[in-house]
Design a protein around this ligand. Structure first.
Ligand code: 13P
Length: 249
C-alpha cells in the first residue's frame, strides 16, 4: 500500500525564531490522520528543526541540494551534509528551481543520482505551464519531465521516489487544479510508470499534488483515488492551516 504524505515546503521563509514558533505550533495540534508529515524549512533552520522534532512524528526534507559530493561550489549544500544532520529527504525539480535557477533535466538527473547514491528519499516535482495545458500538451510535457529524469533508474530505486505534481499555473496563484484535473494527471502518471516498471512500482508510488492547497480544498483533492497527499507552500507557514490540511485525509 502506498504512503499518504503531506509535506510543507516553506520556501525562503522564516528565520530561527519563527521556525521554532511554527514547529511548536505544529506539535500542539493533534494529528488525526495517518498521513506522514514532512516539513522543509530553509537550509539554515534544518538542524534546529531536527532537534525540535525529536520524538515527534514529523520528519524533515531539504528544499534542494547540489549534484556533487563535495568541493569548490561556494554557497552550495551536499547530500552528505544533509544526511549528517539527520535530513534524509530532499525536494528536487521544483518549478521555481527549474524556472528561476535554470535547473534543466540533465542537472536534475545528476541531482537525482546523487541523492539516491546517498540513500535519500526524493520528492520529485514536475508540472506543466498554463500554455502547455491550453495547447492540450500537458500530459506530454509531464510525461517527458518524468521520463527524462527518472526512467534511467531501476525498479529498486523507485522505492526512494515520491512524485509531486505541481502545475506551474497553480503555484502561489490561489488557483488550484480541480480535483478532477489532479486525478486525471496523477492517473496518467501512474499508468506511464506502470507501463515502464510494472504494477508493483506504480501501485506503491506516492503521488502528491501541490498548488494552492488550503484547508478549504484539501479534502476534495485528497479524496481522489490517485492523489496520495500534498506538497503545500503558502498554507504550510501557519500551523493551524497546515495541520488542517494534514487532518483532511
Ligand atoms: P502554494 O501552496 O503556495 O501554491 O505552493 C505550492 C508549492 O510550490 C509547494 O512546493
Amino acid at each position: 500500500m502506498r504512503k499518504k504524505i503531506v509535506a510543507g515546503n516553506w520556501k525562503m521563509n522564516f528565520g530561527l525564531d519563527e521556525t521554532q514558533d511554527l514547529i511548536s505550533g505544529l506539535k500542539k495540534i493533534n494529528k488525526t490522520s495517518d498521513a506522514e508529515v514532512v516539513i522543509a524549512p530553509p537550509f539554515t533552520n534544518l538542524f534546529s528543526a531536527f532537534e525540535a522534532l525529536k520524538n515527534t512524528n514529523i520528519s524533515l526534507a531539504a528544499q534542494n541540494m547540489h549534484e556533487s559530493e563535495k568541493g569548490a561550489f561556494t554557497g552550495e549544500i551536499s547530500a552528505g551534509m544533509l544526511k549528517s544532520i539527520g535530513v534524509n529527504t530532499v525536494i528536487l525539480g521544483h518549478s521555481e528551481r527549474r524556472a528561476i535557477f535554470g535547473e534543466d533535466e540533465n542537472l536534475l538527473t545528476e541531482k537525482v543520482n546523487m541523492a539516491l547514491k546517498n540513500d535519500m528519499r526524493i520528492i520529485y516535482c514536475f508540472g506543466e505551464e498554463l500554455k502547455d495545458r491550453n495547447y492540450g500538451e500537458h500530459h506530454e510535457v509531464v510525461g517527458k519531465q518524468i521520463a527524462n529524469t527518472l526512467y534511467h533508474l531501476d525498479a529498486e530505486a523507485w522505492k526512494h521516489i515520491v512524485l509531486a505534481y505541481e502545475p506551474v499555473w497553480a503555484i502561489g496563484t490561489g488557483e488550484t487544479a480541480t480535483p478532477d484535473q489532479a486525478q486525471d494527471m496523477h492517473s496518467f502518471v501512474r499508468k506511464e510508470v506502470k507501463h515502464e516498471y510494472g504494477a508493483e512500482v506504480a501501485d506503491n508510488l506516492s503521488i502528491l499534488y501541490g498548488g494552492s492547497v488550503k484547508p478549504a480544498n484539501a479534502n476534495e483533492i485528497f479524496s481522489k483515488e490517485d492523489v496520495d497527499g500534498g506538497l503545500i507552500g503558502g498554507a504550510s507557514l501557519k500551523a493551524e492551516d497546515f495541520m488542517a490540511i494534514v487532518n483532511a485525509f
